[in-house]
Design a protein around this ligand. Structure first.
Ligand SMILES: [Zn+2]
Ligand SMILES: [Zn+2]
Length: 390
């Protein structure tokens, strides 16, 4: 068996909660999962690994409106698809201002009919449905912080690995089980690689849970006044509240959300604000935040270089990479024949390993995250997702 590596997030260089009393009471603990590629069993916690799924329970398949480039089988369905193609061509041929509203109305109506026909075909032909893929399985013994409903001790997260209306995200299915009730274990079907998004098929990883105390994302701070105070404090300092001192990036359970874009806390159908359950991330750390969030053990085996940013005489900005022990000399450096403005040069040390080859291997949006939320008030634990590009 491979040695399991430990993961230790560095101590924060500054305790901002001490500097800003308005942050008091806003600290939350998240569980970073530190996915590390490897084979796991159904009896362990994992990301992208086998699930403890009862042999006598059907594997979940998706029959909801995801893109499917296979033509509909019925003559009526094919007629609708031809009409949609005609309408699309008609819309494309005009400028937006000239498209009559009736064209859009018919387009939407035909689309709705096609969705309905596709659902009918999924219902009558199981082979046409997309099998969901295992994303996470977490036992209570490893992460007791999960909101396990009474009598359950394993949380399983699956998703349909393609984009769905209206969120353009994988459709998520979260199951809570009692492990002792599962005797014979099912084997998961192979994912349908032809109709799945490659970037939504996680590699099998072990997890190494690590508890980290976080503060709210910039967007989740309680007031503009506090944001202004923090901005003033950040001036001329190397640490940024948002990138280094607040919320942990990467794949994690609970705690705050490290929004890639604007904060968006969903509500369940009953109007309850939902809580963060799990973030599945493309990148565990990111270039500009590695000092704060790259685990010490990962840092020890990562190569670093210097990223030099500069402005050129024509006003364009660019950058180049040099070795840690190299010096950048603007006087001798040109790019496409253009000289560098010496005063504009800034340097930063960043990790050279651009990908994280030993991790989940996801590509969510453009190096983004998928956030999964759960309602802790409703007993059936409804969930919601939000996908944000990096
Ligand atoms: Zn689907
Ligand atoms: Zn609810």
């Amino acid at each position: 068996m491979d040695a399991v590596m430990g993961f230790t997030t560095p101590e924060k260089p500054v305790d901002v909660a001490e500097l800003f009393p308005a942050l008091a009471g806003l600290a939350r603990t998240t569980v970073r999962l530190h996915p590390q590629r490897g084979v796991t069993t159904a009896y362990e916690s994992s990301l992208g690994g086998p699930l403890l799924w009862p042999a006598d329970e059907a594997w979940p398949v998706c029959t909801i409106d995801h893109p499917d480039d296979r033509p509909l089988r019925s003559a009526e369905g094919q007629k609708l698809e031809r009409r949609l193609a005609e309408l699309r061509a008609a819309v494309d041929a005009r400028t937006t201002a000239l498209v009559e509203p009736s064209l859009y109305r018919e387009y939407e109506a035909v689309e709705a009919c096609i969705r309905e026909a596709r659902r009918g075909e999924y219902a009558s032909d199981p082979a046409a449905r997309l099998p969901m893929v295992a994303v996470a399985q977490v036992y209570a013994r490893d992460v007791p912080e999960l909101p396990f409903p009474e009598g359950t001790d394993v949380c399983q997260v699956l998703w349909c690995p393609t984009d769905h209306e209206p969120d353009y995200a994988p459709r998520v299915d979260v199951r809570w089980r009692n492990a002792t009730t599962v005797t014979a274990v099912a084997t998961a079907p192979e994912p349908d690689r032809e109709h799945s998004e490659d970037g939504y098929l996680p590699a099998s990883c072990r997890i190494t849970p690590e508890r980290v105390v976080e503060l709210p994302d910039w967007d989740d701070l309680p007031s503009d006044e506090l944001r202004e105070q923090i901005t003033a404090w950040e001036k001329d300092r190397e640490w940024s509240y948002g990138r280094h001192l607040s919320v942990a990036p990467g794949t994690k359970i609970g705690g705050w959300v490290a929004w890639e874009q604007n904060a968006f806390w969903p509500e369940c159908d009953q109007g309850h604000r939902m809580d963060h359950l799990l973030t599945a991330a493309t990148s565990e750390c990111g270039y500009d935040a590695w000092q704060a969030w790259m685990p010490l053990e990962t840092r020890a085996r990562t190569s670093f270089g210097k990223r030099v940013r500069f402005t050129m005489v024509d006003g364009c900005t660019s950058h180049t990479m040099i070795g840690l022990d190299e010096e950048f000399d603007p006087a001798t450096f040109t790019m496409l024949g253009r000289a560098v403005v010496a005063e504009s040069v800034t340097e930063a040390v960043i990790p050279l390993d651009s990908a994280e080859p030993d991790g989940l291997g996801l590509m969510i949006g453009d190096v983004g995250d998928l956030y999964i939320f759960v309602c802790l008030t409703c007993p059936d634990r409804p969930t919601a997702v939000e996908l944000q590009c990096g």
